[in-house]
Write a protein that binds this ligand. Sequence first.
Ligand code: ADP
Ligand code: MG
Length: 391
Amino acid sequence: MLQLNEPLADLAADAAAGLLQTFNIEAKLTAAAPGRVNLIGEHIDYCDGFVMPFAIDRYIVIAAAPNGRHEARIASAHGPGIATFPVDQEVTEGEPTWANYLRGVVRGFQDRGHQIPGFDAFIVSSVPGGAGLSSSAALECATATLLEGLLDTVLETREKALLCQKAEHEFAHVPCGIMDQFASAFGKTNRLVLIDCRSGEPELVPFENPDLTVIIANTTVHHQLSDGGYAARRKNTEDGLAIIGKSSWRDVTEADVTANWEMLGSPVNRRSRHVVTEIARTLKAAKALSHNHYDELAPLMAASHDSLRDDFEVSCKELDLMVEIARSIGRCGGVIGARMTGGGFGGSTVTLCESNKAEAIAATLAEKYEAATGIKPQIFASRPSQGAHLL
Ligand code: ADP
Ligand code: MG
């Protein structure tokens, strides 16, 4: 029932074959960057909060070669059209739209003063797109890693992640926080990436116990609200902070939110309560994990989901259903905790469970979800994996 994963080497071979077939050129460089799943700490990366994602073993892989021209030509197995744009002048947005993530990253390198050589590239992916697993950050980080290889240079990981975030802001117009690009760039095998989003410092938290499995269940629904909804939530949190009169959410307590409840008004008061309680939950979860107190994660993940559903209002009936099914399986059935993950309005849930029961749990999630919705979900297990790298 758990979907199998395509090994990186196979993805690399597919990308090289695509490059050869599309542009008649042999791959000289191959870059890979993973998607991510967030264990806890949702919608607070843009609030100076703590978040705890990890890089999943699902990758975007780009095979490329210099083409001796003054332009980039890029094709993807997952997007229509070929993106062709000059690299000897400042890169701007264009068609096809999926290539804007790459254009933005190329522009980021130009802004650092690099002369970009013409290149051909072909993209393949095992990161489901629009599933809350950040295929966009994977695409940006894979592109940045490819450019490092083409230019024979290495950026500091933090600078690279920030360059990718800027590409998403300016070329995809998504005002995302730093979580996705940090997870894809800093991810390590068997490590969660606990990110202090105020200092921008990641801390790698061991996640080595083979008895634990993380199941990712993609509801495969994607509600339109996500576009405006994300920016609206971000604005709510900015308004909340201004009304409370602090310059960082890290200096705000739950008591501050309660004391200002009426003045904040609805929905900003509930949005604010989510931010402060989610920051506290994430720190508690990191502590519980570092002491191997896994069962302490259960109430934290449950409260995180409920807060995203009721206070932050970014869940949807499909995500709630998937989480309800996991909860109904319960601790005896091997489920430690479950919650929605990512931006919401559709996408995926994350279920922390006992490894020896993971197959059975995946089967129950799939069966009950399909019975209730008529939709076949995509369910797979993932362990923390290596972040962006050249193959
Ligand atoms: P998420 O990051 O959660 O997967 P987004 O909407 O932020 O969802 O990003 C998805 C977009 O990223 C797609 O619509 C597409 O434009 C681009 N994208 C993702 N994967 C690929 C790919 N393999 N090839 C081309 N474009 C891709
Ligand atoms: Mg994205």
